[in-house]
Design a protein around this ligand. Structure first.
Ligand code: SAH
Length: 353
């Protein structure tokens, strides 16, 4: 056992089983806090790490929305969970086409990992970003232009399992041999969630996942957009509509792993429930559309061709990245994008009316 796993085991011995969301929050805080997990040598690769095309397209969507909102002189730019800072760097490079968009930039990065903050500081030194541990702490007083790629999937979920005796909450316990195992709480759950439409259609041994922090952050984003305008683009893997089913997964060294085998050493994620995010936001929601659809609508093929003309030696790499980002066999269909805006804001580019 790693020292961190021993720490978790100690918590369980002292206070009893950990609720799944608490386990996931602790494990991911340790995981992200102690490493840069991205890239071939890490555990997983994300769209911005595959190609600059991804960030450029999202950047164009934000600038387009800002321009059609009358190019407000002050606005907030932000990213939730920026990883290496690559997405913002590519977005803002695309924004050099519109120097007035860049001029009034107040860039805030929501990041809890000290390791990744240092990485972001190096990537984004030119843009003087500031950091926040959470979105709610950013004082928003102007239109908000926000992106989040593979952020919501890393937030901790609660799981409720239907049995003959009702709903029981999943927790992590220790067996006699000192190994972690998934158990179920004896009490009924989900308390106070009777309004959730899933409950009435559930079947025996159905599993319901609820991401409370994701809903809370979506509500905060919605408040900012409804009050000050702007656009938030959320890209992640998940389902368009609330659905039953278990989606917790662990990834380590680009392979699926047992979520309990080495807590804090693997990335724990769950499918994002876009419907829940849209509803919690209270904002105007567009999509989700598939990542492939969005990128195609924003002109990624034209941009890829232009890039190939300036770097013919990279033609194969650029074409392969384009395929991986947009093809149904790559990230094109599994990943989805949703746009949130304030009331009366322009229709976001790339989302069919
Ligand atoms: N968006 C980046 C990185 C995705 S990995 C990319 O696409 O490459 C998830 C990111 O979210 C990491 O930066 C991680 O440190 C951050 N993160 C995870 N949980 C978080 C939390 N609760 N609060 C803030 N940031 C978090």
């Amino acid at each position: 056992m790693t020292p961190f796993a021993r720490h978790l085991a100690g918590l369980i011995r002292a206070d009893g089983p950990l609720r799944l969301d608490r386990f996931m929050a602790l494990a991911n805080a340790h995981y992200y806090g102690t490493r840069d997990p991205l890239g071939a040598a890490g555990d997983f690769t994300t769209a911005p790490e595959i190609s600059q095309l991804f960030g450029e397209m999202l950047g164009i969507a934000l600038i387009d929305h800002w321009e059609r909102s009358g190019a407000p002189s002050r606005s907030h730019r932000g990213e939730l969970g920026p990883g290496r800072g690559t997405l913002v760097a590519d977005m803002l490079r695309a924004a050099k086409l519109r120097t007035t968009f860049l001029a009034a930039a107040e860039l805030t990065l929501v990041e809890t990992s000290p390791t990744l903050r240092a990485r972001q500081a190096a990537t984004l030194a030119d843009y003087a970003p500031s950091w926040s541990d959470n979105f709610a702490a950013i004082p928003i007083d102007a239109p908000l232009y926000l992106v989040a790629n593979e952020f919501f999937d890393a937030l901790p979920i609660r799981q409720f399992v239907r049995s003959d005796t009702g709903w029981h909450e999943r927790c992590v316990a220790l067996d006699d041999g000192g190994e972690f195992f998934f158990g179920l709480s004896s009490s009924d759950g989900p308390a106070g969630r009777s309004e959730d439409p899933c409950l009435s259609v559930s079947e025996h041994s159905a599993i319901l996942e609820i991401n409370e922090p994701a809903r809370a952050i979506a509500a905060e984003i919605g408040t900012a957009l409804n009050g000050h305008g702007g656009l938030a683009l959320i890209v992640d893997y998940g389902h368009a509509r609330t659905a039953l089913g278990e989606t917790l997964q662990a990834v380590q060294a680009h392979r699926f792993a047992d979520p309990l085998a080495a807590p804090g050493e693997a990335d724990l994620t769950a499918h994002v429930d876009f419907q829940a995010l849209a509803e919690a936001s209270g904002a105007t929601a567009y999509g989700p559309v598939t990542q492939g659809t969005l990128l195609a609508a924003l002109g990624i093929e034209t941009r890829a061709q232009a890039l190939i003309r300036t770097r013919p030696d990279q033609a194969e790499t650029i074409s392969a990245a384009l395929t991986r980002l947009t093809d149904p066999g790559g990230m094109g269909t599994l990943f989805k994008a949703m746009a949130l805006t304030g009331p009366g804001g322009p229709h976001p580019a790339g989302f069919t009316p």
